[in-house]
Design a protein around this ligand. Structure first.
Ligand code: COA
Length: 374
């Protein structure tokens, strides 16, 4: 058995970002047009008018101030209200592969590892731009990696589930090194015309390199323990898939073909699930609240993270103990906790313990207990 460790991490951040104010202007223009088109029905009381969104609400309800996106023009055009990401030719890299490769290169550079020395690529994300061949295999080829690659999807928990899969393979000796990569194009599965959720998501890609702790060339994070759990729920759902072609009717206007959530229920049900999961994981591995120097939590909602931080530590976390990146990136699904980890982990000292935790649709929750070393 070998001890697995995270020796490198990388973040690809798109060049474009949208502030809440810009987003709200576009949404409100769309709502005004929609209301004008449906004026007769609204007047007759047959349809409900679409209410305006507001930046103040978005910050108060979520903590989100802006989000990075691959395309801005389509999202902010009231006639379009989705990103323009034209389909690429077969001989060009896919969007997910391209952003994933960038994040992987950064993780490899940080670890001082050549791509040729990696044995596996796991592309763990909440949506994949095609059914097959796997995005992971395309990333594998782009980077010149041997071995194998595969895609997996556990929605917002994909990164921690991917880390557990890779860590177990490194621990057993079946592979020596793996890249776990999370390219998230959330802008393409968000319904930007739905006031309740139009502000929630952004685009990003993250990657971590996992190898034997003994192979680490510099400071790293030994993976002490991982734990995953799932429990079926419809409260976060996206029905889009290949079966849509086999059903009658005009599919493009079906609301269930994009991200849908019952946000309030998610809030209420996921909080105890996550807090209990972390508490049990810590108890079973002998980690006390006082031992935890940092929490890198999934970034969906600031109030949720504040609550989980308080529950896990038994007190209000001090500044820096539970870094949020949500204000700048919004919810980036599986990538959120890894962005926080990549940006806020350098300053820990050898022997310091931290916890990465992601949670979301499924429901799903994954936690990774790490210790700074080297
Ligand atoms: N602008 C202005 N007001 C808005 C609005 C918007 N964009 N969206 C909703 N509102 C209003 C509603 O109309 C409602 O008004 P009312 O009380 O007069 O009826 C009020 O704000 C509360 O709406 P609600 O949807 O209950 O807000 P909330 O405080 O629960 O926040 C979420 C919404 C989605 C941010 C929050 O529930 C959440 O983050 N849940 C968890 C989500 C999550 O983690 N999902 C995981 C995805 S991976």
């Amino acid at each position: 058995m070998f001890e697995p460790a995270i020796t490198g991490s990388g973040v690809f951040t798109p060049a474009l970002s949208i502030s809440n104010d810009e987003l709200v202007v576009a949404f409100n223009a769309y709502a005004d047009r929609w209301n004008a088109e449906h004026a007769a029905g609204i007047k007759a009381g047959e349809v409900e008018a679409m209410a305006h969104s507001s930046s103040d609400f978005i910050v108060a309800a979520s903590g989100i101030e802006r989000r990075f996106v691959l395309d801005k023009s389509g999202i902010l055009d009231p006639d379009v209200m989705h990103p323009w990401l034209p389909e690429r030719d077969m001989d060009q890299p896919g969007f997910m592969a391209e952003m994933g490769v960038d994040a992987c290169r950064k993780a490899l550079d940080m670890a001082g590892v050549a791509a040729g020395d990696v044995d596996a690529v796991i592309c763990a994300a909440s949506n994949h731009e095609r059914a097959y061949p796997a995005i992971a295999i395309e990333i594998q080829q782009e980077l010149g990696i041997g071995g194998f690659g595969f895609d997996m999807n556990v929605a917002c928990s994909s990164a921690t589930f991917g880390i557990q899969a890779a860590a177990d393979m490194v621990r057993s000796g079946s592979i020596r090194r793996a890249l776990v990569v999370n390219p998230e194009i959330c802008s393409a599965h968000l319904e930007w015309r739905d006031r309740d959720c139009h502000f929630i998501f952004g685009d990003v890609a993250t990657a971590v390199l996992i190898e034997r702790a003994d192979d680490a060339k510099g400071p790293h994070f030994a993976i002490k323990s991982t734990r995953c759990a799932t429990q079926f729920s419809d409260n976060i759902r996206n029905n889009n898939g290949f079966l849509r072609r086999t059903r009658p009717g005009h599919m493009d206007d079906r609301r269930d073909m994009l991200f849908m959530q019952n946000g309030r229920k998610v809030f209420k049900e996921v909080l105890p699930l996550v807090s209990n999961h972390i508490a049990e994981h810590m108890a079973d591995t002998g980690v006390q609240a006082d031992d935890l120097k940092r929490l890198w939590l999934h970034q969906a909602n600031k109030t949720m993270n504040d609550y989980i931080g308080r529950k896990v530590l038994g007190r209000v976390p001090e500044a820096g103990e539970q870094p949020n990146i949500l204000q700048d990136y919004a919810n980036t699904s599986s990538a959120g906790s890894i962005i926080a980890f990549a940006k806020y982990s350098d300053d820990l000292s050898p022997g310091d313990t931290g916890l990465i935790c992601s949670f979301g649709a499924g429901y799903s929750v994954g936690s990774v207990i790490v210790e700074r070393a080297g």
